[in-house]
Design a protein around this ligand. Structure first.
Ligand code: NAP
Length: 254
């Protein structure tokens, strides 16, 4: 507890799923959280309520990513919220979590629109969010990018999603080198299949099939991925940068 007291964090896509669990986990360690969402403001408010119930502090920021003006909208809400709560705009921790998940399209069927949308949300937005955040991030700050186990195995129906997650891992690698002189650590977390509450995870046959992918033969829970993200945000991870931390329950062991 309190490993992040006095710190501030932006978790993109924290109205639900892994992002929500991350927001709650970072807040439990004392950080003030900007809970970002695209459209589901009520879900974002629920994340704030969960944090406040635990005695933490948070505010919401709405901005659809992957559309014109997205970064401006995100940062105007973020900076206003930070100023209101801290009197400054310092951002210690950035978690690039929001992502579009493909429903599965064969390579022959992928349209230019689907490709552009996936890359706009999963690769371009994290790049420009990070670029815009850099002046706000002090020495000792953290950038944590959320990838996917699909960067390590072939699943042709997820080719565009996997390519976009490959891009975010390059963001980590290059910025880890670039930002080390400022004492900013940049890392990737790789979730496996994680029950984010989506209807698909309620279907018993689908659950069973997906569970077989993990060495533990079950689905991951959002807080199990979030714990890895929170660890990377703490001082205990100060010697780790440019790494990809597998939080997939051994899904990549083969
Ligand atoms: P999720 O439950 O589907 O939630 C997605 C979050 O991102 C929501 O907060 C949503 O906001 C936001 N979001 C989605 N599209 C957006 C957009 N265009 N602009 C702004 N915000 C947007 O997600 P999740 O399953 O927890 O996944 C979180 C991250 O982990 C993603 O990067 C995903 O690729 C990665 N991941 C997930 C799994 C898995 O099995 N769940 C596996 C590997 C990797 P609204 O609520 O407003 O829509």
């Amino acid at each position: 507890m309190n490993k992040l007291r006095g710190k501030t964090a932006l978790v993109t896509g924290s109205s639900r799923g892994i992002g929500r669990a991350t927001a709650v986990g970072l807040a439990r360690e004392g950080a003030l959280i900007a809970v970002h969402y695209a459209h589901n403001e009520q879900a974002a408010q629920e994340t704030v309520a969960l944090i406040e119930k635990d005695g933490g502090r948070a505010f919401t920021v709405g901005a659809e990513l992957g559309v014109p003006g997205d970064i401006d909208q995100l940062f105007s809400g973020l900076e206003a919220g930070l100023k209101q709560h801290t009197g400054r705009t310092t951002l210690d921790i950035l978690v690039n979590n929001a992502g579009e998940t493909s429903t599965g399209t064969a390579p022959e069927e992928v349209s230019a629109e689907e490709f552009d949308k996936t890359f706009a949300v999963n690769a371009k937005a994290p790049f420009f969010i990070t670029q815009r955040a850099l002046p706000l991030i002090p020495d000792g700050g953290r950038v944590i990018n959320i990838s996917s186990g699909l960067t390590r195995v072939a699943n042709p129906s997820q080719i565009v999603y996997s390519m976009s997650k490959g891009a975010i891992e390059q963001l980590t690698l290059n910025l880890a080198r670039h930002l080390a002189p400022r004492g900013i650590n940049v890392n990737t977390v790789i979730p496996g299949i994680t029950d984010n509450g989506h209807a698909i995870f309620k279907v018993p046959e689908v659950r069973e099939q997906m569970s077989q992918l993990s060495a533990f033969k079950r689905l991951g829970e959002p807080d199990e991925v979030a714990d890895a993200i929170v660890f990377l945000a703490t001082d205990e991870a100060r010697w780790i940068t440019g790494a990809a931390l597998d939080a997939s329950g051994g899904s990549l062991l083969g």
